[in-house]
Design a protein around this ligand. Structure first.
Ligand code: PLP
Length: 453
């Protein structure tokens, strides 16, 4: 029997990324409040938030300083925009702070309200820049199978997941996908990580040559793939990909929406994985998820192209009402201040070995084919047979069942396509909470094994 709130939900809401048919029977998990790494449902039951919401609540819940920053800005200037040369101090200060932090040469910052809008902006800017540079054919975008970049028409086209394409009439023409760098699942028997990386770089180059390099504008990649399965790249991957991109003058967009701001124990994932992107998309942890904010870094050559277009067309014809919303910017500024002051990124680097060691222990479980991660991200693949890596029938919903058992154990984790489970707790998680998280996950896996048997 669904509770009153749950029943009202089912009658009123369409939920993102939800099986709307089975949801009518199961109903929602209705959360009411949070504290630290814990969230509480309407019955007061606590759950360890093993996903940091959606990979975003880096500083945990109930951070009073963030609440105060938002409240102060709400009372002082709740709205102001950046159109037509208008501005406000939180946006200026945040752009300055981000310029300093960015691991790529950054001339300016453009703000959005989400990761999707950030990546959508990246594509538009790559197109616009190439028009400014007199290369109107250089427009195709290469992403990766299982990459995740958002849900707008353009970013869903970049995303490499079947659920974002089937019956959505996507991807749009001009959006291509190269192979997913998942060594466990896609390497040939006996192929080393380096050899696998070389093969994928060769495949990328072959795709570019087939399409004609003069038509390829940009390549987009997450440092660690998130929604596509919490997949850590194989050794040498980005260096080899970079060499290919350099050969054909293809812009490299790093989608740091998940990895940005400390997740891998470095400020940006690009630093952890030796990536040299031209530009970075960010969102999520820039405000610790407390306010919707995203954005992109603008390098000097791109900025020069934008200037040229403004001289020609009279304006920079892009931006949304909430680009650089002052309350979101004020919260982001405070978030960055806390990251620096409390040495949050260094803290992640310090805790990551324990997190990864506890993750690695799951490799002993009879259902676990792979348990691999980086920093405070873990990806687990449930398999029917560890020797052959055979998967369960997707219709059996084994990972979904495991996630439901985890929830019953008081742990929130997320299942992804391919019977994968992601773990990505708030960056402020403490060592004893890391133990609690993995103890509960191990019990959920045991219960899943018993359910199958
Ligand atoms: N890029 C990555 C790597 C993401 O993980 C996400 C969301 O999870 C997005 C882009 C899209 O961000 P949003 O959901 O804020 O539009």
């Amino acid at each position: 029997m669904l509770s009153n709130l749950a029943a009202r939900d089912v009658e009123t809401l369409v939920h993102p990324y939800t099986n709307l048919a089975t949801f009518r029977e199961t109903g929602p998990l209705v959360l009411e409040r949070g504290h630290g790494v814990w969230v509480y449902d309407t019955d007061g039951r606590p759950y360890l938030e093993g996903m940091a919401g959606l990979w975003c609540t880096a500083l945990g819940y109930s951070n009073e300083e963030l609440v105060a920053a938002a409240t102060e800005q709400l009372s002082r200037l709740p709205f102001a925009h950046l159109f037509s040369g208008r501005s406000h101090d939180p946006a200026i200060e945040l752009a300055e702070a981000l310029k300093e932090l960015m691991p790529v040469p950054t001339s300016k910052v453009f703000f959005t309200s989400s990761g999707s809008e950030a990546n959508d902006t990246q594509v538009k800017l790559a197109w616009y820049m190439n028009n400014a540079l007199g290369r109107p054919r250089k427009k195709k975008i290469i992403a990766r199978q299982r990459g995740y970049h958002g849900v707008t028409v353009v970013t869903a086209s970049m995303t490499g997941l079947p659920a974002n394409h089937a019956d959505w009439d996507l991807p749009l023409p001009g959006f291509l996908h190269t192979a997913c760098p998942h060594h466990y699942r896609f390497a040939e028997p006996g192929e080393t990580e380096e050899a696998f990386s070389s093969r994928l770089a060769d495949e990328l180059e072959a795709l570019i040559l087939r399409e004609d390099p003069e038509t390829v504008a940009a390549f987009v990649a997450e440092p660690v793939m998130g929604a596509g399965g919490a997949i850590t790249p194989p050794a040498g991957y980005f260096a080899k990909v970079q060499a290919v991109l350099d050969r054909y003058d293809i812009r490299f967009i790093a989608d740091e929406v998940i990895c940005g701001f400390g997740r891998l124990g470095t400020w940006f994932g690009s630093e952890a994985l030796d990536m040299r992107p031209d530009t970075i998309s960010f969102a999520k942890a820039v405000t610790s998820g407390y306010m919707p904010l995203g954005g992109v870094s603008i390098d000097e050559p791109l900025y020069e192209a934008l200037l040229a277009e403004s001289r020609k067309l009279g304006t920079f014809g892009h931006g949304t009402t909430y680009s650089g919303h002052p309350v979101a910017c004020a919260v982001a500024l405070k978030t960055l201040e806390i990251y620096r002051r409390d040495r949050i990124v260094e803290g992640v680097a310090g805790k990551a070995p324990l997190f990864q060691a506890r993750l690695a222990q799951l490799r002993g479980h009879p259902l676990v084919g792979e348990a691999r991660g980086l920093g405070l991200i873990g990806g687990i693949e449930i398999v029917a047979d560890r020797a052959s890596k055979a998967q369960f029938d997707p219709k059996a919903g084994v990972a979904a069942r495991c996630v439901a058992f985890a929830q019953a154990e008081g742990l929130i984790v997320r299942f992804l396509a391919g019977d994968r489970i992601a773990v990505c707790p708030p960056l402020v998680i403490q060592p004893d909470e890391i133990d609690t998280l993995f103890d509960r996950l191990a019990r959920a896996l045991d219960r899943t094994a018993a359910w199958i048997a």
